[in-house]
Ligand binder design. Structure first.
Ligand SMILES: NC(=O)c1ccc[n+]([C@@H]2O[C@H](COP(=O)([O-])OP(=O)(O)OC[C@H]3O[C@@H](n4cnc5c(N)ncnc54)[C@H](OP(=O)(O)O)[C@@H]3O)[C@@H](O)[C@H]2O)c1
Length: 262
């Protein structure tokens, strides 16, 4: 059966690694046409080649820093030229991440600002710029990537939790604002997933980053990519509002089952 995503334009932010890269490959396998953005162009180039190999009809990539309004507008101008008007079927606002694990007392301005810029303001900027490209009444979707951190606070993560809680409320408000347009709006909110997320959070400390997943089976980027494809390929009248996805070994934030390691 032909995929409903075949030949459809899909825009993914943060497509250079983790969920975004896996999503590019998974949407590619549906025969979709891809627009990929992130700051690391060399990595985007690799993901583009992998997506093409997986079956993407077309793949294009362009530098994108969601923390800058001018950069976002330039990226969407480029995207508009590629797709030629109101043809964007799926927008995935995925770019983001956590920076540091400091308490509020020890918090660094640069980390706070980076988290608010990418996870919160980035979603707003990209959505505002891309909305004129999204067709009405065709089953088009805006899918934001939130987190379990948007649903519960934990120590050392106040600003990341705040940013993702903000993403959740932005998603809810947008769904209300777009009522009547036929544009679907939802959020997919993962728990522990092994991507480059922890490496970024631990500022390149690979040992510390690896320890996060010690003795447990985390989600993979491919698990989330498969879910994103599923969300975007429901019948046009079906809206997946909010989806929390955790590994079985994580009953709650901070409540993780770890097998004994030798
Ligand atoms: N892994 C988890 O456990 C987990 C759980 C819940 C939610 N999430 C969320 O899932 C999303 C993807 O994370 P991931 O796990 O796939 O981590 P990842 O492998 O580190 O990927 C993060 C992606 O976001 C991009 N990005 C970060 N800041 C950006 C900016 N200012 N402008 C443009 N792109 C930016 C990165 O690209 P460049 O560095 O090349 O720009 C990269 O492609 C994030 O929003 C994260 O908060 C992750």
């Amino acid at each position: 059966m032909k995929s409903p995503l075949k030949n459809k334009w899909i825009l993914i932010t943060g497509a250079s690694s983790g969920f975004g890269a896996a999503a590019a490959i998974a949407f590619g396998a549906e025969g979709a046409k891809l627009l990929l953005g992130a700051r690391r162009i060399d990595r985007l180039k690799k993901v583009a080649a992998q997506s093409k190999k997986s079956g993407a009809e077309e793949v294009h990539f362009h530098e994108l820093d969601v923390s800058k309004t001018a950069g976002v507008e330039k990226f969407i101008y480029w995207a508009r030229k590629k797709i030629g008007g109101r043809n964007l079927y799926v927008l995935i606002n995925n770019a983001g991440g956590a920076h540091g694990l400091d308490t509020i007392a020890e918090g660094k301005d640069a980390d706070w600002e980076a988290m608010i810029q990418s996870n919160l303001l980035g979603v707003l900027r990209v959505t505002r710029a891309a909305l004129p490209l999204i067709p009405r009444d065709t089953g088009a979707s805006i899918i934001n990537i939130g987190s379990v951190a948007g649903h519960a606070a934990y120590e050392g993560a106040a600003v990341y939790c705040a940013a993702k809680a903000g993403e959740l409320q932005i998603t809810r408000a947008l769904r209300l604002e777009l009522l009547g347009t036929g544009i679907r709006v939802g959020t997919v909110d993962p728990g522990l997933a092994e991507t480059e997320f922890s490496l970024v959070r631990f500022k390149g400390n690979a040992v510390g980053a690896k320890k996060v997943y010690e003795g447990m089976n985390p989600l993979t980027a491919e698990d989330i990519a498969e879910i994103l494809v599923w969300v975007a390929s429901r019948l046009p009248h079906v809206n997946i509002d909010e989806l929390i996805v955790k590994p079985v070994d994580q009953a709650a934030i901070g409540k993780v089952y770890r097998r004994k390691t030798k």
